[in-house]
Design a protein around this ligand. Structure first.
Ligand code: ZN
Ligand code: ZN
Length: 280
């Protein structure tokens, strides 16, 4: 609760950040990476709902797994691309609170092999587990890339590096709520307009979805994947519950929705609900 309120204060009370300059084809500079020109390859073997959700990734499927490969290069402009990049834009301090970290984003290829029918660890995800502090539970996601967003950007979990606080680190986020790690891996920890731009480009309205964690946990926004209003009565401490996700039944997923009065959580999950996280 405390952190969510800090975020709301940082965002001037708005739960839905305005869409930054997405640079559609008509205004994209030479060599600029955009949602329209990034390479997207979805094999016919990929089932719903995955097949139509993502862009700028390569996806295939086996009988048991979904395999997603990303280059980790966001299809939008960011200060963190560095001044020599066609995707560079100047830093926006947004009233002075935001300051860039010293890192520059770089390509980080990552392949996620995600079970189509993940096995639950049968955890009871309480606030004692979801404490916002790294290395306090063996049930946390491991550090680094642990998921992929609909726009191919890497997802990290809700935890800052040891000794840091994500509620402070968020002031190094660019206008897409992202920043690069020291190793150059550009990533989201929170809700972002980037994945929502993928849905908009596909003509999907009234739905908020952000991505997929390595274990099969979906990361949704203030709606279910069919656009309906989530039942907030049974959310766990990371705004997760098990229910229908598109054609999938009984699938664990979390909701990133800073505007919910009783559950104003913007963060990706901290606790890994399903048994495997295979990233290479
Ligand atoms: Zn981070
Ligand atoms: Zn839900």
């Amino acid at each position: 609760m405390k952190r969510a309120l800090l975020l709301l204060a940082a965002c001037g009370g708005s739960s839905s950040p305005a869409m930054p300059d997405a640079a559609p084809d008509s205004s994209a500079g030479s060599g600029e990476r955009t949602l329209d020109n990034c390479a997207t390859s979805i094999d016919p073997s990929v089932p719903a709902p995955y097949a139509t959700l993502f862009r700028c990734v390569t996806m295939t499927a086996t009988a048991t797994d979904l395999v997603i490969t990303t280059r980790g290069l966001p299809p939008h402009r960011s200060y963190y691309y560095g001044a020599s990049s066609p995707n560079y834009e100047a830093w926006d301090a947004r009233g002075g609170a935001y300051h860039a970290n010293p890192n520059t984003l770089s390509e980080h290829d990552a392949t996620f092999t995600i079970p189509l029918a993940p096995t639950s660890r049968n955890l009871t995800i309480t606030s004692a587990l979801v404490d916002g502090v790294v290395n306090t539970s063996g049930s946390e996601y491991r550090g680094g890339p642990v998921g992929v967003a609909l726009d191919s950007t890497l997802l990290f979990d809700a935890l800052a590096a040891p000794g840091d606080d994500i509620a402070q680190e968020q002031y190094t986020f660019d206008e897409w709520n992202a920043h690069p790690a020291p190793s150059g891996e550009y990533h989201y920890h929170e809700n972002s307009p980037g994945p929502l731009a993928v849905l908009a480009r596909a003509g999907t309205t009234g739905v908020e979805a952000y991505g997929l964690m390595c274990d099969g946990t979906f990361v949704l926004g203030c709606t279910e994947l069919d656009g309906s209003a989530p039942d907030q009565s049974n959310l766990d401490a990371q705004n997760g519950h098990t229910g229908t996700v598109g054609p999938l039944t009984a699938r664990y997923h979390v909701h990133l929705c800073p505007s919910w009065t009783a559950h104003p959580r913007p963060y990706t999950p901290e606790i890994q609900a399903y048994s495997t996280c295979n990233v290479r």
